[in-house]
Design a protein around this ligand. Structure first.
Ligand code: ASP
Length: 332
């Protein structure tokens, strides 16, 4: 992402260390894990991109683990409500979080949280890195990125832009866009881009930047306008959609990494079992095919491990911290 754009961004100084209510519990014996239904908390509304990824992962992991893995949507506050739920959950591996790049920005963006956004979790493995697309209502009067940029600059006071709250990928991508074209727009926050998409399709929202896992089918169905895919190269699912660079905005480049987390205190054995299952899920032909249709792909197996996830997450927190601090824009 653009260095300049990043400066415009977000949020936090250092979460207060919160002690887990389960911290004093003796280590959980983990004979026969899992021994009941597992729950994946998705910190955004149903029908959105993180929900879509999570349902595919949950279904495939459930097959491997021999237990149903259900998805529960706990949206709101840019993903922090769902993350809080998992940070405070019993650390027995039956409740996990599937969250995205927001896990790297929240620790700086939000200065007051009722959970520890870093130490409250055990990373299990990375899942996928999803390209984004800049889309608009179907009657938006532009067909190319250059035309859209001209309209955004001209009508900046009249246009609205949907996002899924501060720290959501759609928020970060929107800030990047507004910085790249030097035109702030009114933003309308939703509990996820699933509900935001409904408003865009209805023509009540003008623009949104969202992950291909939530936009590909609508783009292919000609239900909305698309101006760019925010990756360095075009993607297989949307071969006719130009990249931001082709459209004249090379700095408008971003993809959204996702990872799976257990609450702090979950035993290494259980975290490793979940990681193995995630690796199996990410090789599942049904999941791979569906990811591909939606414009994304699973990470390589070696990245779906606790160590690789922790290293990547830690580096991304460090990458975002100075940007957010320089921008001085905090969620609170
Ligand atoms: N991932 C969010 C969702 O699933 C959207 C976002 O981060 O912008 O709704």
């Amino acid at each position: 992402m653009l260095r300049l754009a990043r400066r415009l961004l977000l949020a936090l100084a250092a979460g207060t260390a919160i002690t887990s209510p389960w911290a004093a519990m003796p280590a959980q014996a983990q004979q026969s894990f899992p021994n009941r239904t597992l729950t994946v908390i998705v910190p955004f509304a149903a029908g959105g991109p993180t929900d879509t990824v999570s349902r595919l992962v949950a279904e495939a992991m459930g097959r491997d683990l021999g237990q149903t893995m259900v998805v529960e949507n706990v949206g709101g506050a840019g993903g922090t409500l769902g993350a809080q739920r998992v940070a405070n959950a019993r650390p027995d591996g039956h409740t996990v979080l599937l969250h995205h790049i927001g896990m790297a920005t929240t620790p700086t963006l939000y200065r007051r949280l009722a959970y520890d956004p870093v130490n409250g979790f055990e990373p299990i493995g990375l899942v996928t890195e999803v390209p984004m697309t800049l889309v608009a209502r179907n009657n938006f009067p532009a067909t190319t990125l250059a035309e859209a940029v001209a309209i955004i600059r001209r009508d900046r006071d009249k246009l609205n832009y949907a996002n899924a709250g501060i720290g959501a990928a759609s928020h970060l991508c929107g800030l990047l866009l507004m910085s790249a074209v030097d035109a702030p727009m009114t933003t309308v926050p939703f509990r996820g881009t699933g509900p935001a998409m409904q408003e865009l399709l209805a023509g009540r929202i003008d623009l949104m930047c969202d992950q291909t896992t939530n936009t590909t089918e609508q783009i292919l169905g000609h239900q909305l306008k698309v101006f760019a895919v925010t990756t360095a190269a075009r993607i297989g699912a949307l071969p006719n959609v130009p990249t931001s660079a082709e459209g004249g905005l090379p700095a408008f480049e971003v993809s959204v990494w996702h990872g799976l987390y257990a609450p702090r205190g979950t035993s290494a054995e259980i975290v490793n079992r979940l990681s193995q299952s995630l690796q199996v899920a990410l090789r599942d032909p049904r999941l791979v095919a569906r990811f591909r249709e939606l414009g994304t792909e699973p990470v390589a197996t070696e990245r779906a491990t606790p160590a690789a996830h922790r290293a990547f997450w830690t580096a991304d927190i460090a990458k975002w911290r100075p940007i957010i601090q320089a921008a001085g824009q905090y969620a609170d």
